[in-house]
Design a protein around this ligand. Sequence first.
Ligand SMILES: C[S@@+](CC[C@H](N)C(=O)[O-])C[C@H]1O[C@@H](n2cnc3c(N)ncnc32)[C@H](O)[C@@H]1O
Length: 268
Amino acid sequence: MESALTALTAHTADKHWLYENSVQNPEAEVVFIDRVYGDEFGRLPRDLREDFCGTLNLGCMWAKLRNDNTALGVDLDGPTLDWGREHNMRPLGEATSRVTMIQDDVRNVSQPTVDVLAATNFSWWGFHTRDELLAYFRNCRRSLREDGMLMLDIYGGPEAQVLQFEERECDGFTYIWDQDVFNPLTHEYRCKIHFRFPDGSKLDDAFAYHWRLWTAPETRELLREAGFRKVEVFWEGADDEGEPNGDFQVSKVGDTSPAWVAYIVAFR
Ligand SMILES: C[S@@+](CC[C@H](N)C(=O)[O-])C[C@H]1O[C@@H](n2cnc3c(N)ncnc32)[C@H](O)[C@@H]1O
């Protein structure tokens, strides 16, 4: 839609477009899914479900990847799904017939079963209690075929618990991640996304999240309790300067980075 040459402002920019172009990386995630699934099961996965799919960006990328891939997206929010239908599904052409959206709570959907269930950008942190998260993980397992895997992302490190703004320059706008509230006793976590533009205009509170900041050990234990036979963490490597390099490999140990993002993969 907007090109790098269009001067974006708070009035002209579309918040879903801004989100997709600052937060998401579906191109890398479909490659990751193929690699991890292929290593475990010796074949490529075909049917993917994206929970908390929002605009179904990952699902649409998945349907485009191979001409027998299918994608199912589940999200509560009708207008966000509509945006995805218009901007991500429609341009797929023939592949649109292999993409389905369901407007519902992710805990209510378990059919059709799929090879891969992805819940990314920490959306599963919307479940605040152990019981809620366990019930969600049980439903994920129910929604997978025998050769099935669940992929979650998670972040942590001491900086995750610090109230701060983190700014990142994107093409034509600035993305601002706002860690607004953190309660160390409950891990209640409120974060927001704002955008700023070259003309000085701002889109404040474009997105707001009310989460619990779950830790890796809690999450792994709950996945095992939900019945998953194997749970692995994929930790990101570093380049020569020590910066994250986008290469996620299975690891039993992390490192003490101030902030990190990892994938947790649970095999049914
Ligand atoms: C952070 S966005 C995630 C969008 C996308 N998955 C991504 O990777 O960026 C969170 C989405 O989760 C949806 N959501 C929150 N709770 C939900 C639930 N229980 N069932 C279905 N969707 C839910 C919201 O409507 C919102 O679109």
